[in-house]
Design a protein. Sequence first.
Length: 207
Amino acid sequence: MPRFTDDGPLAQYFAEYPSFVPNPNKSATSEFNRMCKVIHLAPRSDAKEAARAAFKDALTQEFNEIYGTEINSLASWQTLCARIGISPIPTTLEECRQIVMNTHVNLVDLTTGSGTIQIFQSVQELSQYTIENRKFFPSENAHAGDLLRYLLRHIFNPGMDSDREEEEEEEEEEEAVEVEAEEGRVVEGVDRADSELAEAEMAQEKD
């Protein structure tokens, strides 16, 4: 079960602050916030921003160590399926990917949570949980592999791939101007959702 009590990137990160002892039963993000209070890192200070940047690196690297980085790795997708409780685990890449992308889970929980992962019925429920519990996964990080980038692009918009396929079919049947208008509406909706999540993460980082 993923957790940061071993010698992984998160354990190494927290070890840099010997006066703080992380609780392995809590999420990594909540422990980071508690650490900042324990060691008295002032909000918006250079020291806190540096600590936050290093924490994001460690969280991203922790994901990579658990699940891998290759988007077309069957083993990686099967590990994801196992983590969210799928049984039996599919034997093909397509089946694994479809199941994972149709399951709404928090990436911080997926990376550092122990026990059963909480699965949400909708994107809205997941977003509310993420914001209320301040469990934001870094939206962009230099250490992110192709697998993580794919999940980050799609996890809040699980219909993106199917929408794109439908649009391709429409291109063969409709005039180009109609297709462009439809794509504009889709992009606007995705951008608006991304903007709302980005604003929430910015607000969390100001604390």
